[in-house]
Design a protein around this ligand. Sequence first.
Ligand SMILES: *Cc1c(COP(=O)(O)O)cnc(C)c1O
Length: 365
Amino acid sequence: MTAAPSDHAILFTPGPTEVAPEILREMARPVIGHRGLEMQAILADVLPRARRLFGAPEGHEVFITASSATGLWEAAIRNTVERRLLVPVCGAFSERFHEVAVACGVPADRLETAWGRAVDPDAVGERLARGGYDAVALVHNETSTGVANPLPAIAGVVRRHPGVALLVDVVSSVAGMPVEVGRDGIDVALASVQKCLALPPGLALCAVSPRAMERSRARAGKGYYFDFVRLKGFFDRRMPMATPSVSHIFALQAQLRRIDAEGLEARHARHRAMADATRRWTAERCAFFAADGCRSDTVTCVSDERGLDVAAFVKAVARRGYAIGGGYGRLKETTFRIGHMGDHTVAEVTALLAAMDEALGEVRR
Ligand SMILES: *Cc1c(COP(=O)(O)O)cnc(C)c1O
């Protein structure tokens, strides 16, 4: 039986992802005060690197919060939306983005897309043309279905409506697929760090446009912890707002340096190559949940027409030392997901796929 070359289950889950040993060691460094010169120097290095990761120009703010991305969903909505939010829903994460808006007391409409399909830019345009909206909240890469939405095209449609801000969840795309905040006119791009950034979970990042800052200045009732204006007051001085997860910030600095050393384009190409290998495996043995033409380069959602026992398959893969994801939400029993994201190589994906072949032989009758 194949076994992963590791003392622990190697993570190919679509979050959290496998963390490099040298990054884990950063988390074990002695803690420093978060108001001292050392932290200021770290943030002075980290913030421009994070800005480049998002493709955000000078003038956009970058904030780091001690939360996961869910906290920044709330931040994006509470700081920028006053009238009505449009949420294209095409899977479990976009569904939850809408739920967060409702929980924040913001009027929000769902624009339904069949799960497994990408959001249609024209459908977004039609809804916006009816008027009444001041923001769109989009999930770029729907991790539950393995669909990458056509962000540049949707952003182009939103830009034709000058009073409509664009809030984008790039949680499972940034650092694995191109994200261009400046080019696409994205007002808030937000991400947690346990996906393509391959850090331990517990930190989130966002890039915020001048227009979103302007809206935040005018907004009442946006809370305290995630108030963009308050955050800017601290980050302008290279200081975290409240006590951050200092250990995570060490790890973030080290990881952003590794990402810059690899080069973003090379990193994207590596993700595409890992996706291609996974897609070849899937095409020969199972079926894709996501429609052709919109499949993600960071996560593949696999369905099986022969009625595979997904739970048994995931367990059989786990016995070989690899963790893959089961289906998410209502797709739990009918799909499984491979997170080919973060620091993995094509060789490591190939080893995983060999273990998956053995597991399939064991479970399929
Ligand atoms: C994982 C994920 C989230 C949830 O992020 P948390 O860090 O758990 O808050 C949100 N959106 C997408 C697309 C995700 O993949």
